[in-house]
Write a protein that binds this ligand. Structure first.
Ligand code: DOR
Ligand code: ZN
Length: 417
């Protein structure tokens, strides 16, 4: 367990990423968990200074599986929180797909008590959309796994009707294929996503407008999800789209080479899908990142039929800000994707970033020696410096899927409002 942040303190003479996406040197003061004043003492810079630490708005990771109650051994709230802290994450939204699930108000109370005890971060919890628990804090939304229901209008519409917010895992299990020789991405082919999304669209528009929820499409993997988003928004749906860094960095080919370490649901897709996601982010069609931190123990991952899911929360801000270092995204956009937009989607306390009045959720980024790039698959062209310090993995998953990634920064301090 780590110490809670004080609620009133100063950060004098620091570099910080300001709300306009520029870097400034100056002093911040925090009063009662809110940023009270920001006093720049120099001209703005478009990039952080190369060898100094700087403060960023802390991450909001709207998609983690800490696996409690039910499977604490494969992560647990306390250890998951430590992993989140390493990733600069102050807020986590935890998924309900545990045994027991979160179906009733009582299930939510029991799970919330566990988080209050063991999670020093800010947290919100998802309810299983098949249940009847009302959406009240600390719940932030319903999670609908279309893998668990028939992908038809009649099955889906009642799970959306009248609800404020529904986050969807879109794969139609009726389209899965079996066969031991099939690679993972062919067992759960992309048409399973397309079919699920068509059914979701149909169910959503079958409802009268007042009964339609805000939708969040979880972990977009490529072209079908972006086509869905485009259609839905054109027809007036209120939709947020999340993607996870692994879909931006890896493809099905990488999964075939790496095996269980990159086995994840929905599966990694083609290079064309990966590039489509980059375009969608640059166009503003993807709203935020979620890590989909879904750890499994090494024993499970090395079994004959390994489960899907990979750790991620631990590298949340370092990955995303390295995208900015590489010139793929503006720093301001990374701040939106990692800290600001998910707050809006889930009704968490709003933040303008490092600006007076915002919650003092802050992460300190420290320069990492760049890792060597062993393969040309990651489209980053940073000046690679060998000898990156190896950070011990916090997650019980016990491995870092991004160990070859040329991180520009790690996180060495986290302040929580
Ligand atoms: O890969 C995945 N793992 N996708 C999911 O939707 C669930 C998750 C898990 O809980 O392990
Ligand atoms: Zn998930």
């Amino acid at each position: 367990m780590f110490a809670p942040s004080p609620s009133t303190y100063d950060l004098p003479d620091v570099w910080y990423l300001a709300a306009d996406g520029m870097f400034r040197f100056g002093s911040l003061s925090v009063t009662d968990g809110r940023i009270a004043s920001v006093r720049p003492a120099g001209p703005p810079l478009p990039r952080p200074p190369p060898d100094a630490p700087w403060w960023a708005p802390a991450g909001v990771d709207p998609h983690v599986h800490f696996r409690e109650p039910g499977a604490a051994a494969s992560e647990g709230v306390a250890n998951g929180s430590r992993a989140a802290r390493a990733g600069g994450v102050a807020w986590v939204c935890d998924m309900p797909n545990n045994v027991p699930p979160v179906l009733t108000a009582e299930d939510l109370r029991a799970k919330a008590a566990r988080f209050r005890r063991d999670c020093p971060l800010r947290f919100a919890l998802f309810l299983d959309a098949r249940g009847d628990a009302p959406l009240e804090p600390p719940a932030c939304g319903y999670k609908l796994f279309l893998t668990d229901v028939a992908c038809t209008r009649t099955a889906i519409a009642p799970l959306l009707r009248g609800r404020k917010r529904v986050t969807v895992h879109a794969e139609d299990a009726a389209r899965f294929r079996s066969g031991p020789a099939l690679p993972h991405h062919r067992r759960r082919p992309i048409r399973a996503v397309t079919a699920a999304l068509l059914a979701l669209e149909d169910a959503y528009f079958s409802l009268p407008e007042r009964d339609r929820p805000v939708l969040v499409l979880a972990h977009a993997t490529g072209r079908p999800e972006m086509a869905f988003a485009w259609r839905m928004r054109r027809k007036g749906a209120r939709l947020f789209v999340e993607t996870a860094p692994h879909y931006l960095l890896f493809t099905a080919r990488d999964q075939c080479a790496a095996g269980a370490a990159l086995k994840v649901n929905p599966p990694l897709r083609s290079g064309a899908d990966r590039i489509a996601l980059w375009h969608a982010i640059q166009e503003g069609d993807i709203d935020f990142f979620g890590s989909d931190h879904a750890p499994h123990l090494p024993e499970a991952k090395s079994s004959a039929d390994p489960p899907s899911g990979m750790p991620g929360v631990e590298w949340f801000l370092p990955l995303a800000y390295t995208f900015a270092a590489a010139g793929f995204l503006p720093f301001r956009r990374v701040m939106e994707l990692t800290s600001l937009a998910a707050r809006r989607a889930y009704g968490l306390p709003a933040s303008e970033g490092i600006a007076p009045g915002s919650p003092a959720d802050l992460a300190r980024m420290v320069p990492a020696a760049y890792a060597t790039l062993p393969a040309a698959r990651v489209p980053l062209r940073l000046s690679a410096r060998p000898g990156t310090p190896v950070r011990p993995v916090v997650s019980r998953a016990g491995y870092n899927p991004y160990r070859d990634f040329p991180f520009a920064w790690f996180v060495d301090d986290l302040r929580i409002s």
